[in-house]
Design a protein around this ligand. Structure first.
Ligand code: 6PG
Length: 481
């Protein structure tokens, strides 16, 4: 019997996806560039399964039923192109290549189009959930050439996480939509992590709480509207003791790593002109943390404020929880707003409600909160911004006061909360009818004759003033990003 699917790349995510597929009754053929890894996998985790090892791409392709599905779980970038180039001559019309890595969506756009020319169907899919997810049910976000979807759907939906009987896997959209949505997922992951870290620093440094005390606070928060995988692992991390009985978290060096997907999300937001301030600040916060030795030197020249907290701790703990919740809403509102723009710009035809559904289970940002987002899009699939949905209007109104109190504490004590603070500035800006861009436009017109529109004239009519009396009457040609 031929295999249902072939998988290339037996690193931990690849191995676990294969085992997951095998558990669900699919026959999988595997290949890895270092052949020894195939043998080790077959003799180890894949022992007593129906998984088939292959030792060349020809053998892999020959072992598959038609139309063939070959899934790549290799490093994003050139390696994907190299495998595609080697696979194409071995494949037939209608066969499918799937890229399950964290590829840049523009690469997936390009690959989908190039393979379409060769009558090969291409899917670029986000796979989220880390090792555990891959093994027992990830969130899977496929996009690309929709002709391939009916063939891969039974496999992907069977192995994905299930929530109330719904698979956390649905067709996301055309071309690079799957990888685009995974990129935004990762950006939101950066944001969620950053706001949890800001709450942690306000609790620990601001209120002087111990890891054990914070463990209890986060555990309590995880019972309510903040319930999520990332809060849950924070609870576990805070309880974890090193060999000497001390909290391990206190001994971990404060320099963050990153592989680039958060940065890509920020770059794309700048390109599309959509404010994505919370995720942007989260990327920069990682960058600042990485400048450890420079920061240590700076503390000698620029000593920290030495003010201590003197208020009611419980009131402040509640305020910090409100800040965390409100900032989270802003982050998702910004992320979904970005996807809305991208869907238009790149013709992805993204279904936002489906995305919220897919993210409810399996992935790193899974949370109860995504049910509320799903509901908002059910009520209005064309919702411009999540902040305008009734549920979120109420939630923001309730959190507003506490959020401000927490940010004021951070400012007073000199504790950096770039995500909490920038999210608040976005919120206040979003609900301000008249921003100071009137003065901004006047300045642009003053120094560069860039023109402005007037409040007392219809939109689209542009004016230029000779502000000094000795400037020209000619406006510079108007162009906008
Ligand atoms: C997931 C994760 C996964 C990976 C991140 C880590 O959804 O399973 O997002 O893709 O762990 O890319 O990213 P950083 O190394 O950039 O933090």
């Amino acid at each position: 019997m031929k295999a249902n699917i072939g998988l290339i790349g037996l690193a931990v995510m690849g191995q676990n996806l294969v085992l997951n597929m095998n558990d669900h009754g699919f026959k999988v053929a595997v290949y890895n560039r270092t052949l020894r890894v195939v043998d080790e996998f077959l003799a180890g985790p894949a022992k007593n399964t129906q998984i088939v090892g292959t030792y060349s791409l020809e053998e892999l392709v020959d072992s598959l039923e038609s139309p063939r599905i070959v899934m790549l779980m290799v490093k994003a970038g050139d390696v994907v192109d190299q495998y595609i180039d080697k696979l194409v001559p071995l494949l037939a019309v209608g066969d499918i290549i799937v890229d399950g890595g964290n590829s840049l969506f523009t690469d997936t756009n390009r690959r989908t189009a190039a393979l379409k020319e060769k009558n090969i169907n291409y899917i670029g899919t986000g796979v989220s959930g880390g090792e555990e997810g891959a093994r027992h049910g990830p969130s899977i976000m496929p996009g690309g050439n929709k002709a391939a979807w009916p063939t891969v759907k039974p496999i992907f939906q069977a192995i994905s996480a299930q929530l109330n009987g719904d698979p956390c896997c649905e067709w996301v959209g055309d071309n690079g939509a799957g990888h685009y949505v995974k990129m935004v997922h990762n950006g939101i992951e950066y944001g969620d992590i950053q706001i949890i870290c800001e709450a942690y620093q306000l609790l620990s440094e601001g209120l002087g709480l111990s890891a054990d005390e914070m463990h209890s606070i986060f555990a309590e928060w995880n019972q309510g509207e903040l319930r999520s995988y990332l809060i849950e692992i924070t609870v576990n991390i805070l309880a974890y003791k090193d060999e000497d009985g001390q909290p391990l978290v206190d001994k971990i060096l404060d320099t963050a790593g990153q592989k680039g997907t958060g940065k890509w999300t920020g770059i794309n937001a700048l390109e599309l002109g959509i404010p994505l301030t919370l995720i942007g600040e989260s990327v920069f916060a990682r960058c600042l943390s990485a400048q450890k030795s420079e920061r240590v030197k700076a503390t000698q020249v620029l000593p920290k404020r030495s003010k201590a907290f003197t208020g009611d701790k419980q009131v402040m703990i509640n305020a910090i929880r409100d800040a965390l919740y409100a900032a989270k809403i802003i982050s998702y509102a910004q992320g979904f707003r970005l996807m809305r723009e991208a869907s238009k710009e790149y013709n992805f035809s993204i279904n936002y409600g489906e995305i919220a559904l897919m993210w409810r289970g399996g992935c790193i940002i899974r949370s109860q909160f995504l049910n509320d987002i799903k509901q908002a899009y059910n009520d209005n699939p064309e919702l411009e911004n999540l902040l305008l949905a009734g549920f979120f209007v109420d939630a923001m109104t309730r959190a507003d006061e506490g959020w401000r109190i927490a940010v004021i504490l951070a400012i007073e004590l000199g504790i950096p909360t770039p995500a909490f603070s920038s999210a608040l500035a976005y919120y206040d800006g979003y609900r301000t009818e008249r921003l100071p861009a009137n003065l901004l436009q006047a300045q642009r017109d003053y120094f560069g004759a860039h023109t402005y529109e007037r409040t007392d004239k219809p939109r689209g009519e542009f004016f230029h003033t000779d502000w000094t009396g000795h400037g020209g009457k000619t406006a510079s040609s108007t162009y906008s990003v």
